[in-house]
Design a binder for this molecule. Sequence first.
Ligand code: ADP
Ligand code: MG
Length: 610
Amino acid sequence: MPDIIQLLPDAVANQIAAGEVIQRPASAVKELLENAIDANADTISLVIKDAGKALIQVNDNGTGMSDTDARLSFERHATSKIKCSDDLFKISTKGFRGEALASIAAISQVELKTKKENCELGTKISVEASEVKEQEPCTTSKGTSFSLKNLFYNVPARRNFLKSNAIEIRHIIEEFQRVALVHADIAFTMYNNGNEVFNLNKGSFRQRIVGVFGNKYNEKLVPISVTTDVVSVEGFVTKPEFAKKTRGEQYFFVNDRFIKNAYLNHAVQNAFDQLLSKDQYPSYFLKLTIDPSRIDINIHPTKTEIKFEDERSIYAIIRTAVKQGLGKFNISPTLDFEQESSFNIPLLKKTDIIKAPIIKVNPNYNPFETKTMAPPVRQQSTQNWESLYESFHKDSEEIIQQNEEKEEQQLISSDWENEEQEEHNTLIQLHQKYILTQLKSGMLLIDQQRAHERILYEEFSRNIADGKASSQKLLFPETIDFTAADAELMSELHTEIQNLGFEIKKVGSNNFKIIGIPSELKEQNIKKILEGLLEQFKLNESELKLKKWENLAISMARSVSIKSGKKLAYDEMKALVDQLFACDMPYSSPSGKKIVITLNLEDLNQQFES
Ligand code: ADP
Ligand code: MG
């Protein structure tokens, strides 16, 4: 037998290794920014085109490289940052593996220009798929500039797996923020498709946070500062009243490196104790400084997780530090946390959209099929009602029960219509949350918020699809200032948001002028609606797999629907229920939650008998 083992050519080995280090454009951005910081730059700019798919460029004014170093930098395990294994225990730079540039060069077309301070000329190198195409002297200023074009151009499987531009740019912005936040002594700019996204001057940590997340952040921040032998903790948490419904801005930095750590996150959450309810998350920006020999940053290739020697003490110190900070600023619980903001959306006039309920017949339904035991719908309703409930539990009979469920639902719809004609509807609001109504066959309990979400969702979906939503002009157009990340998302969703009936114009890098709003929105708190819309959109995006329009319609419906806790007048309840049963899918909310519970009269009678 001949020997069959061969060493892989470098280009192939690098391409394989690249999969570990560079998963998406944002990973390349992170590596390049970190290299610029390690090179002691104090001004760094990031230029992105097409969410990094066309171009990622990072320019710095750091030390620069010699001709030979420039060429060597693309080799695997080529690094100037550590020399021997002992150095691994006292790492003070971001990089140390010498893998990033080799990986990047294996999967993109790279141009590097670099010059050291006292050299007259710099050097320019072009590399493609690990191969140096050209190296020549060039005129350039002190520092280094990397341009990566067409990331993954030679790994189609990877390229095809990249997400939409909206998602990729958000990852890039997130990486940029992680780096920029903790290096307030470096000036950063970021451009996307020629638009300035960030322009951050050198300053304090507080100024940097405000620079990244907007002026309003200034009043939200509570300083935290504790120094112990084990660790020092410096930074800010946000006041409880600014807590979010999603885990928004939560940043831990250890020795100026962003990390994720669920255990330490718990320490902060825990310090807020009674100040927040379970589904509220504080934002925080905490810098931990620890002796590098007491942590191990070597355990994860992308290095957002690190191991502490002394995790329990650090937990206790963080918790105490945050508690103290909150205490010092006399932050006491505010009472109205539970109060959901609700918008006074007038329910559409009944005449607007009422359609006859659609009765769909299931052609496969065989009432005589003994195996299914499924009785004809209108005769043995008791069993039907039961199976409606049971269908939620019994998987094996799922299909049969789904059929029954559908027919049951049609029954409810048509019952509702009949009742309506007879004009003796009872509608009672319970706990400002549910609507109780009477049918010939029993009662319905309807979740008001979910019902309204369903109605709006169907309407918004139609509007996004055909772009025919009616819009009303605002008497006083309002300009809203978004965070850079949200502004990017607004731009990305511009067409769909217009289709919903908003008339919006971008007027500054992060500012949008709201000229018109969907005519359903009477309430003028446009800012809150739009911010709620974006927050919900991001949450859905991370938790559900939805198409863009679908997510937008759900998020918008969620953002503007009437909420639990809102008192409804009879007419409003009537319109709500009418509209609900005119929907294509009145029984579950857009995110799949139950809207209607049925209480069968015969069941009730039986219960009173026993
Ligand atoms: P690492 O950062 O782990 O050392 P990289 O592959 O990212 O590995 O970079 C390889 C080497 O190239 C670095 O060690 C550094 O010497 C040099 N280098 C990379 N980027 C820059 C830069 N922007 N300025 C100066 N030198 C750089
Ligand atoms: Mg590096």
